[in-house]
Design a protein around this ligand. Structure first.
Ligand SMILES: *Cc1c(COP(=O)(O)O)cnc(C)c1O
Length: 427
């Protein structure tokens, strides 16, 4: 096929002009080595996942769907064993009944914290929805604060590093649970790498070996060859409609870590005495596992897309988190657009590249769990899935667009091209 054919379909089917194509193609050519490094991560993780499938002897018969209590659901049990092995955990819960990443993380917090326990967030305030779980934002009932948990957070230093001096001080008194967030979330810092998380965890364990270290692993899975449990975290949780669901899982979340802690979480999720042995998968075993199987591949497609956005937007003078030369440990590309109209135009352009609902025009709205208005492009096979091409941003300065996802690189590239066209119209 000639290059010309590709240019023709961009122009005739999507209305994208030569100038944008040239800009993106040039950026792409400069990313060869970076893409190769990502593909090496992909290969390693793909083999790691495949090996876990084989080790646990997955068979067609495991895809049956249990009813009632769900006793003896071998597919559910093998799914949890496979995730456990992939994440190098002692135990793992993977359930479609976990409604979201927030629900998975909230389950950990409610299961492990009791009245009077001290919880310390080390990477600044946790993700927006978790602030509502804790009770520092919003006015929901049944929060951790209402239950008498003693909570505090250590703000990150300028530039996004952990404040070790403040952490040292905070660790003079006993802490029951320490929370670290790997990913950017809705902030203006890059993700913490596995090495950086490991350093922080050693620092914490040196001072308080009994403290439970929990990592919010949302968006981080399969972006590196190791996961947080491998550098000393005790427990971590995430969403199946992000990286580890590979765009195939229809719902759910996971909790992985130390056996005693995961047992507590499971007893909280079902009931003491029931634990892991009950709970249906409602026929989702095959899709959940197929999603995990594709996850290392899909995550790297998304990361390549994120890098391409970063290169092009940096070259146009925008501040990006992470920046081109930063290490990466999540799939998010944050771009400071510095203007509300530009943010809205950007998000609408991303929606135009959607696989489902490309004709939808996003508007800012007050989303449950988030305190600022948010505008969101989300047009995937799974509603709200952000491993698929998506973008969102709270309507607050510096009007950062958080771009993420892309089951296939071509779609991320198309989204980028649309965004460039929209900027031309904006200015
Ligand atoms: C997505 C995310 C969550 C959980 O969000 P849900 O939408 O409930 O899945 C928590 N923390 C971080 C860092 C996230 O990116």
């Amino acid at each position: 096929m000639k290059n010309k054919d590709l240019h023709d379909i961009y122009l005739s089917s999507f209305g994208i002009r030569e100038e944008a194509i040239e800009r993106v193609s040039t950026a792409e050519a400069g990313l060869k080595d970076r893409f190769q490094a990502l593909e090496d991560i992909r290969s390693y993780n793909q083999l790691k996942v495949l090996h876990a499938f084989q080790d646990n002897r997955l068979s067609q018969a495991d895809f049956f769907s249990a009813t009632g209590y769900g006793y003896g659901d071998s597919g559910r049990d093998k799914t949890e064993a496979i995730f456990r092995d992939v994440f190098r955990a002692q135990a793992c819960i993977v359930r479609p009944s976990i409604a979201s990443g927030t629900h998975a993380l909230s389950t950990v917090l409610f299961a492990l914290l009791s009245k009077g326990d001290r919880m310390l967030a080390v990477t600044g305030q946790p993700y927006d929805t978790l602030q509502e779980v804790i009770g520092v934002k919003g006015e929901e009932v049944g929060t951790l604060l209402e239950k008498g948990i003693d909570y505090s957070a250590i703000p990150l230093l300028e530039g996004g590093a952990i404040d070790y001096e403040a952490l040292d001080l905070a660790l003079k008194d006993p802490v029951h649970l320490v929370e670290l967030q790997r990913s950017t979330g809705y902030t203006d810092r890059r993700a913490f790498t596995i090495d950086e998380l490991g350093q922080a965890i050693s620092f914490i364990k040196d001072r308080q070996p009994e403290a439970i270290v929990m990592v919010d692993n949302c968006y981080g899975e399969f972006t590196e060859t190791r996961e947080p449990l491998e550098v000393g975290a005790d427990i971590m949780a995430g969403s199946l409609i992000k990286n580890p669901g590979g765009g195939i899982a229809v719902s759910g979340g996971y909790i992985a870590g130390r056996e005693d802690l995961v047992t507590r979480c499971m007893n909280h999720l079902t009931a003491p005495g029931l634990g892991k042995d009950t709970g249906l998968t409602f026929g989702t075993t095959r899709t959940t596992l197929q999603g995990l199987f594709l996850a290392p591949h899909v995550t790297i497609e998304a990361l390549k897309g994120a890098l391409l956005f970063c290169k092009v937007y940096e070259e146009m003078g925008y501040t990006c988190y992470p920046a081109m030369d930063d290490p990466r440990s999540d799939i998010i590309q944050a771009i400071a657009l510095e203007d509300p109209d530009r943010l809205i135009a950007f998000v609408r352009a991303i929606q135009k590249a959607a696989s489902v609902g490309a004709e939808v025009v996003p508007y800012p709205w007050s989303m449950p769990g988030y305190s600022d208005q948010v505008i969101m492009a989300s047009g995937g096979f799974i509603d709200g899935s952000s491993i698929e091409v998506s973008a969102d941003g709270p309507l607050r300065p510096p009007y950062i667009a958080y771009y993420q996802g892309g089951l296939v690189y071509e779609q991320a590239k198309l989204a980028l091209l649309f965004s460039l066209e929209s900027l031309v119209k904006e200015s």
